[in-house]
Design a binder for this molecule. Structure first.
Ligand code: AMP
Ligand code: ZN
Length: 113
């Protein structure tokens, strides 16, 4: 998508600290971290929200989660991490390109706010 900020990162039109990339997935540092480790794990394909998922997207989402697990292991998050995705306004979604926040390096409360 032309104006999507995460698509621009995928196309390298704007900079990001990319920590992992494969054919369908990109992982980069969140610009406004809320934990010692705060990464964004995205499919390269522009999918605005979970409501827009198609059958053909199932495999790339599996790849997204596998990448998250591998990056978490590489970043020594054996004690645990949180993988969360905000969907639409009630969850506070700001960027409408589906993404997971990979958060680690400190304990997290439950339920979330
Ligand atoms: P949300 O859509 O609420 O799940 O959050 C979007 C996240 O994207 C926020 O945590 C922002 O800090 C992050 N973000 C926005 N723009 C950038 C950017 N250019 N590079 C890295 N992270 C970004
Ligand atoms: Zn996009």
């Amino acid at each position: 998508m032309q104006d999507c900020i995460f698509c621009k990162i995928v196309r390298r039109e704007i900079p990001a600290e990319i920590v992992y990339e494969d054919e369908g997935v990109m992982v980069f540092k969140d610009i406004n971290p809320v934990a010692p480790v705060h990464l964004l794990v995205i499919p390269k394909k522009h999918i605005p929200t979970f409501f827009d998922l198609q059958e053909e997207d199932v495999s790339v989402l599996g790849r997204v989660q596998l990448a998250a697990a591998r990056v978490a292991a590489k970043m020594n998050l054996e004690k645990g991490f949180r993988l969360v995705s905000n969907c639409r306004e009630d969850a506070g979604q700001l960027v409408f390109h589906l993404h997971y926040h990979l958060l680690g390096g400190r304990p997290f409360g439950w339920p979330p706010g």
